[in-house]
Design a protein around this ligand. Structure first.
Ligand SMILES: Cc1cn([C@H]2C[C@H](O)[C@@H](COP(=O)(O)OP(=O)(O)OP(=O)(O)O)O2)c(=O)[nH]c1=O
Length: 187
């Protein structure tokens, strides 16, 4: 076993399995409240570092810990997971027919260092009607996804274009994560 993944996200576990490293999953739960005036870029990096750091110190581990966070940025706002249908409606109406940024940060921590990479991807959505938003909510897919949609699922039908990293939108940028793992784990 090479490192720990501090994440409950099945997407992150699935993506990480594509890389040539062995890992075990630990809890990375933290308080995800944004600070007043905090930018989305600062916020997502702080979250990723906190998840990795919490995992590392909490479990007193001998191996490095990787943590990640995904947040939507639009109109200078930080948009996370929807709280309920009304919240999902507010979010998807805001994203409908325009381009937003999906920010994913990946952090790795060991006894000597904490390194974090930030990946920003532009995602363009077609117009989505209120009826579609309600029907989509009823599928159960949006509730645990930042921005209230999943590009890798039913939500993919709303996406007209992306510029950046697909795996980062799903929750873990593979190129940057592998680079970070090579940095920490190469002999
Ligand atoms: C935009 C988008 C987000 N997401 C997911 C990725 C993340 O799992 C989630 C954002 O929430 P996060 O707080 O980044 O992660 P998480 O709570 O799922 O897992 P953990 O903190 O334990 O690592 O949204 C998709 O699966 N598809 C998408 O298209």
């Amino acid at each position: 076993m090479d490192f720990y993944l501090a994440s409950t996200s099945p997407r992150r576990q699935e993506l990480l399995r594509y890389l040539d490293y062995q890992f075990a999953v630990i809890d990375g739960q933290i308080d995800e409240t944004a600070e007043v005036g905090e930018s989305a870029c600062d916020y997502v990096q702080r979250m990723a570092k906190a998840k990795a750091q919490r995992g590392y110190t909490h479990a007193a581990l001998a191996k490095p810990v990787l943590g990640a966070d995904t947040t939507i940025s639009v109109d200078g706002q930080i948009i996370g997971k929807p709280l309920n249908l009304a919240d999902s409606q507010l979010i998807l109406r805001q994203l409908s027919g325009r381009t937003h940024q999906v920010l994913t940060a990946v952090a790795m921590v060991n006894a000597y260092q904490c390194q974090c990479v930030l990946v920003s991807t532009d995602v363009q959505m077609r117009m989505i009607s209120d009826d579609e938003i309600i029907r989509y909510w009823e599928t159960g897919e949006p509730c645990d996804k930042a921005g209230s949609y999943a590009i890798q699922g039913i939500g993919g039908k709303f996406i007209t274009a992306i510029h950046g990293s697909y795996s980062a939108v799903v929750g873990l940028p593979l190129v940057e994560s592998e680079r970070l793992l090579n940095l920490f784990l190469s002999v």
